[in-house]
Design a protein around this ligand. Structure first.
Ligand code: NAD
Length: 291
């Protein structure tokens, strides 16, 4: 199964990172979104992030220009028809993902591998709606994609060996490292990481510590590179809440109950860095804790 043309659905923080690494690895990339602003933003973010790599000497100006030339933005999902591999990286909402797969279905060739970058939703359930469950799997990048080494590969119950092998070969060509997870809620990384972030939010909610104390405690006391609340803002609080809900619903255990304070921040539209406010306020020179 030779993969050369790759489609990316969703041009948010993950979609732009995914397009970035595939284009640098020599793949032709079609990136689509429902929002022209998101597409424009993705291309300028990719350009800026590649400039940073040029300045650090990890890629050349010629690599950057060639990679940017391989990325084609489009508002039409139908343009992804000729792709060998499609990675869905739209909003973490199951209904949105089903609607995307339904709309894509008539345009795809019979051999196209369809994947989702979902952080938590059942791959088997998503696959069941695609009419190609054997050619469907989870392709889970970490944020920020150009920096993070890991890709979690998640087999649905019906995923065939050839599809898994083809995705593994893609991860190797990207110069990244794959881990393999069974298809259970939130897979491996988020099954462990999100309850820790949720517990940090409970620690804040119960007044055990301030935003600053919680983050400094985990940075200096547990040697984490980022505090859990800083990390939550970085991931996006809506995404964190969606993942906690999937864990809570999927495993039916109260230990995964999303913290009411997380829900409140999301209701306020304080989603973290992407909206300039979350556990920190990013509108000034340096981030200011909001509690
Ligand atoms: P985001 O909010 O930054 O971007 C989502 C994008 O999807 C937006 O640009 C939105 O316009 C677009 N979109 C919504 N509906 C669409 C549709 N019908 N068709 C095409 N585009 C559509 O979100 P994100 O952080 O990039 O997350 C995307 C996916 O990646 C989610 O499934 C999330 O769980 C997963 N993920 C996120 C992280 C993270 O740290 N943020 C890490 C790994 C995986």
């Amino acid at each position: 199964m030779s993969i050369e043309q790759v489609g990316v659905v969703g041009a948010g923080q993950m979609g732009n990172g995914i397009a970035h690494v595939f284009a640098l690895a020599g793949y032709d990339v079609q990136i689509t979104d429902v929002s022209q602003d998101a597409l424009d933003g993705a291309l300028s973010t990719i350009g800026r992030n590649m400039d940073r790599q040029v300045n650090r000497g990890t890629i050349t100006e010629a690599d950057k220009l060639a990679a940017l030339g391989r990325i084609r933005p489009t508002l039409s999902l139908a343009d992804l028809g000729p792709c060998d591999l499609v990675i869905e990286a739209a909003t973490e909402n199951e209904a949105i993902k089903h609607a995307i797969f339904d709309e894509l279905r008539p345009h795809l060739g019979p051999d196209t591998i369809l994947t989702s970058n979902t952080s938590s939703i059942s791959i088997t359930r998503l696959a069941a709606r695609t009419a190609r469950p054997e050619k469907f799997m989870g392709f889970h990048f970490m944020n920020p994609v150009p920096v993070m080494q890991l890709v979690e590969l998640i087999r649905g119950i019906a995923t065939d060996k050839e599809t898994f092998a083809a995705c593994l070969a893609v991860v190797e060509r990207l110069g990244k490292t794959a881990s393999s997870s069974e298809d259970f809620p939130a897979f491996i990384v988020n099954r462990i990481l999100m309850p820790m972030i949720n517990e940090a939010i409970y620690t804040l909610y119960e007044g055990v510590g301030s935003v600053k104390s919680i983050d400094v405690s985990m940075k200096l006391g547990a040697n984490h590179p980022m505090g859990p609340l800083e990390l939550a803002d970085f991931i996006g609080l809506d995404t964190c809440l969606a993942i906690m809900n999937v864990l809570h619903d999927g495993l039916a255990d109260t230990k995964y109950r999303p913290c009411p304070l997380l829900t409140k921040y999301v209701e306020a539209g304080w989603l973290g860095r992407k909206t300039n406010r979350g556990f920190y306020d990013y509108r000034g020179e340096s981030p200011v804790p909001t509690r």
